[in-house]
Design a protein around this ligand. Structure first.
Ligand code: URA
Ligand code: CA
Length: 434
């Protein structure tokens, strides 16, 4: 087999055989195929796409490029939840403990922030002492003890994705449906959960800007799960504005805690409840959505969900007292309001730009080697459709480094569009694919 012939075949829009996909992937991981040939093939895939058969084979080949984790020492059905990436999406930190407090086993490997979108590991590390780098034995022990653990991906998990992702990042080929599906699902298959729940986001703060594309991506990933004999469900959800109020690590942890305390309502809480209800059904703890929602509400009301979060934090070496007193989380030295410059309705948000405004004050990384500041970020006061007066506060900026403040304020002002009439209301969950 020759790599140049495989590239030509895909350039012409033909489907690659299983053997050709394996030849490329295995050779690339073993560094027998150079980056320039891999990038030519990835670019051809970006233009011509892959059919379902090819996408599923690529996913399996990627998953098998490293360790396939065996979670059988954890009793019961292991469920995993994954978001395709968004802004102020702190669902995982609440969903994990909430579903676990009702009897699900949640064993989850998370990622770090990427571009405008926040990462669960960065958020958890804002809790003093919290360690995301647990070995497999302690990971499984934590799940067996409190029902939930969230850790970083181990070094040997899907090495093919680490190489391909870095290549796609610098060759402008991240946003290919087949490549995104294979990237996400290879990691889910390798990390060993029995059932996989996906939150596929669309809109101005997601990697998929159109709802049709997100729905198609959801179908592809659910089909990959079916072929791999892992039950997979996907919710297609709206990311046309920050999901919660907080954009930034400690601020998002505080918001998740407040939701588990029952102190906050809204889209973030609603999505946390829906995702958790699906997990309870998939874990066969409940047989209907209604029963699951009832059980989840009881757990919130009794404080059991919050206790489970505190227990998970403690088992990860963190300070569980943050659950009673969020002032123990890192705090920024200054809070600066950003105000509306005219009267009107919030008509549109460039949500990715809001994410980048938070990155610019240190909540995320501009380069791979950057340190993040756990304390900083934004608190969005307004939502799409809200009426505002000139001078009214749109958002609060939590900053430590004054030098970066003006960039963040300017980005934020450009990102929030005030118009003369309210927009049409969007639907938080547009589709459920199973
Ligand atoms: N998240 C991933 O893990 N991979 C992608 O390609 C896109 C989002
Ligand atoms: Ca975020």
């Amino acid at each position: 087999m020759r790599m140049s012939e495989i590239i030509r075949k895909k350039q012409l829009g033909e489907a690659l055989s299983h053997e050709e996909i394996r030849y490329f992937l295995d050779g690339y991981v073993r560094e027998e195929i150079p980056d320039y040939q891999a990038s030519a093939l990835v670019m051809a895939i970006w233009f011509m796409g892959m059919n379902m058969e090819e996408t599923a084979e690529l996913t399996l080949a990627m998953a098998e490029s490293g360790a396939m984790i065996d979670l059988s020492p954890i009793q019961g059905i292991k469920v995993d939840k994954h978001s395709s990436g968004g802004v102020a999406d702190t669902t995982t930190i609440a969903v994990g403990p909430l579903a676990a407090s009702c009897g699900a086993k949640v064993a989850k490997m998370s990622g770090r922030g990427l571009s405008f979108s926040g990462g669960t590991l960065d958020k958890l590390e804002s809790i003093p002492g919290f360690r995301v780098d647990q070995d497999m034995e302690s990971f499984m022990k934590i799940v067996n003890t409190c029902g939930v653990s969230i850790i970083g991906q181990t070094a040997d998990l899907v090495p093919a994705d680490k190489k391909l992702y870095a290549l796609r990042d610098v060759t402008s080929t991240v946003d290919s449906m087949a490549l995104i599906a294979a990237s996400i699902m290879s990691k889910k298959l390798a990390s060993g959960g029995d059932k996989i729940l996906l939150d596929v986001k669309w809109g101005s703060g997601a990697f998929m800007k159109r709802s049709d594309d997100a729905l198609e991506l959801a179908h592809i990933m659910v089909e990959i799960g079916r072929r791999a004999k892992r039950e997979t469900r996907a919710l297609v959800t709206d990311m046309n504005q920050p999901l919660g109020h907080a954009v930034g690590n400690a601020l998002e942890v505080a918001e998740a805690i407040e939701i588990l305390r029952g102190e906050r309502e809204g889209d973030l809480k609603d999505l946390i409840m829906e995702l958790s209800a699906h997990l309870l059904e998939m874990a066969q703890v409940c047989s209907s959505r209604e029963e699951a929602l009832r059980k989840l509400k009881e757990s919130l009301d009794s404080g059991k969900a919050l206790e489970t979060l505190a227990h998970m934090i403690e088992l990860h070496g963190g300070d569980p007292k943050v659950c009673e007193d969020t002032d123990l989380l890192p705090r920024a030295s200054r809070v600066v309001p950003v105000c509306a410059e005219k009267n009107g309705w919030i008509q549109f948000m460039h949500t990715d730009e809001i994410g980048m405004a938070a990155v610019s004050i240190g909540a995320g990384r501009k380069r791979k080697e950057d340190q993040i500041d756990p304390a900083v970020g934004l608190w969005m006061e307004k939502r799409l459709g809200d009426e505002v007066q000139e001078g009214e506060v749109l958002a609060q900026c939590y900053v430590n480094d004054e030098g970066s403040l003006s960039e963040a304020v300017n980005r934020l002002k450009r990102a929030v569009i005030i118009g003369e009439k309210p927009p049409r209301a969007g639907k938080l969950i547009s589709d459920i694919v199973e």
